[in-house]
Design a protein around this ligand. Structure first.
Ligand code: AG3
Length: 286
């Protein structure tokens, strides 16, 4: 059959002047129109299931491990002993599952504005929502901006911002006020990580994220790149920072090497390598 006679899902990425398509096995298999966004589920031919929000791919069965591992383990191993963690966004629960692998963690609060993302993940990505019944997990469906604003000062060890692109409901999560509120809620030595889009396409945005973190009191700060085939350009990033004194190079390398749980991508050496930013990115971020 010719491609034009087959079913495809395409994400059009205007800022990068590009698009990416997946061959589908069937028409759309599920969708919800929530008060916040349009969530769709597709059965692809080679990536398993695919969730899109407002036309942007959020995850696929086949490659979400890359993003979820890199959004969590570098931050958690950069903290001496993370106990209290907050995830802003993350409604598919993939990041939550990775955080729960750390036995120092006593409480993880996930605040996603859209309950429908979690409900669809439970149906279509049950392998990611397995942690939701863990007594340490607390799932809230609420406005993350307000939750962080109202959080007690110096009360959190790690904050993970697992958001959609900076348009629509997530826009405020990329602003200076929210990041300042996150730093206030972090304990000194606490670690923040924000999904920071593509190192190739979104350099201005990454610079803005880093400026926000510096202004809010980041001691050390780094943007870690990693492959993520299902996102525009196939390459994505997580920007990490420590509140106050501390060095990201001093992460718990031995604990990461001897971790008592499995990962499919993350390991201590990739973590160390990721802390070294490529020259083109350094230049763009100066
Ligand atoms: N976080 C989405 C990153 C943005 C993807 N952007 C895009 N496809 N244009 C995903 C949530 C996974 N837990």
């Amino acid at each position: 059959m010719l491609p034009e006679d087959q079913l495809w899902f395409t994400e059009y990425h205007a800022p990068g002047g590009m698009a990416q398509s997946w061959l589908l096995q069937a028409e759309k298999i599920d969708e919800r129109r929530s008060p916040f966004q349009h969530i769709e589920i597709y059965q692809t031919a080679s990536f398993g299931k695919l969730m899109a929000i407002d036309g942007c791919v959020m995850l696929t069965t086949r490659d979400n491990f890359l993003y979820h591992e890199m959004m969590t383990h570098p931050a958690l191993f950069s903290h001496r002993g993370p106990q209290r963690v907050a995830i802003i966004g993350g409604g598919d629960c993939g990041a939550l599952l990775e955080v729960l692998k750390h036995d120092t963690v006593q409480q993880v609060t996930q605040i996603d504005i859209d309950e429908q993302v979690t409900r669809l993940a439970e149906i279509h990505f049950p392998e990611l929502t397995r942690g939701n019944d863990d007594p340490r997990a607390n799932l809230l469906f609420d406005d993350g901006l307000a939750w962080i604003r109202d959080a007690e000062s110096d009360s959190l060890d790690v904050i993970i911002i697992d958001s959609t692109d900076p348009i629509g409901p997530a826009e405020g999560l990329f602003g200076p006020q929210f990041i300042a509120d996150c730093f206030r809620a972090l304990k000194p030595g606490g670690v923040i990580v924000q999904q920071s889009e593509s190192p190739l396409i979104h350099q201005a945005l990454i610079k803005g994220i880093r400026d926000n973190m510096r202004a809010a009191g980041a001691g050390d700060l780094r943007t870690l790149g990693f492959p993520q085939p299902c996102y525009p350009s196939g390459w994505w990033s997580a920007t990490l920072a420590i509140k106050g004194e501390g060095s990201l190079d001093a992460f718990r390398h031995a604990d990461a090497s001897n971790k008592a749980f499995d990962t499919l991508y993350y390991n201590a050496e990739l973590h160390r390598g990721g802390l070294s930013e490529p020259a083109f990115l350094r230049a763009a971020l100066e």
